[in-house]
Design a protein around this ligand. Structure first.
Ligand code: CA
Length: 228
């Protein structure tokens, strides 16, 4: 699952450089020239990560990061701040607003990609291509293959995304609404019982190797993926 990354930068050359590098690394990008435009875009589609320039006309990057953190809907979206200032106090101020990481200009594409990868791995592991393995069940995002022991398992695209999310967030209970937001994308108008339909299909697909038992129903709450 490629990550959708919103790049907020008013300097066209830098915006282009950042976005192109992220696209070359396999991500989808959205671009905004200002914090105001970024807020509108975030309202329409929640990105997996935001690369945010500190110095913006109008609302600046620090203020935007603060607003994103204070809104329940956007508070979990990771933010990497871009800045021309190498001042330690500025760095602290940026991190205090809740930025996950900080890159000082000028930076190399390699550094940018490494930071983005590290933050995604920490905050949204389902957007990386890392192979995940739990209790003999193995999912490879790059080749889109799932296997239980030596046996290969056949999953539909939605079941694959659902399993990838579960495997990277094991032992936690998710409500149907949370699963819709995380796996289907928020602002998607799908009925909650759609989740049950896909859970049923996922369990069926995992039955040949007995891994269907890892998908647990938590009464009146939702579902949990558990190796225990
Ligand atoms: Ca700027």
């Amino acid at each position: 699952m490629a990550a959708t990354i919103l790049v907020v930068e008013d300097e066209p050359a830098i915006q282009e450089l950042v976005a192109c590098n992220l696209e070359l690394a396999g991500h989808r990008t959205l671009r905004a020239d200002s914090a105001e435009q970024a807020l509108k875009m975030v309202h329409e589609q929640l990105p997996d990560l935001i690369v945010l320039d500190w110095m913006l006309p109008g609302i600046n990057g620090v203020e935007l990061a603060r607003r994103l953190r204070s809104d329940k809907r956007t508070q979990a979206v990771p933010v990497i701040m871009l800045t021309a200032r190498a001042d330690e106090r500025d760095k602290l101020a940026g991190l205090e607003t809740g930025a996950d990481d900080y890159i000082t200009k000028p930076f190399s594409p390699r550094e940018l990609n490494a930071r983005v990868k590290a933050v995604l791995r920490r905050r949204s592991p389902q957007t990386t291509d890392d192979v995940v393995e739990v209790a003999g069940l193995r999912l490879d995002p790059a080749s889109h293959r799932v296997s239980g022991g030596d046996e290969s398992l056949q999953l539909g695209p939605t079941e694959f995304r659902l399993l990838h999310f579960f495997m990277t967030h094991a032992e936690r209970v998710f409500t149907r609404v949370q699963l819709l937001d995380q796996v289907w994308g928020d602002h998607v108008f799908v009925e909650e019982r759609t989740v049950d339909v896909h859970i049923r299909r996922l369990r069926k697909a995992l039955t040949p190797t007995g891994h269907d038992r890892l998908i647990q129903t938590v009464r009146s709450s939702g579902y949990r993926f558990s190796a225990g």
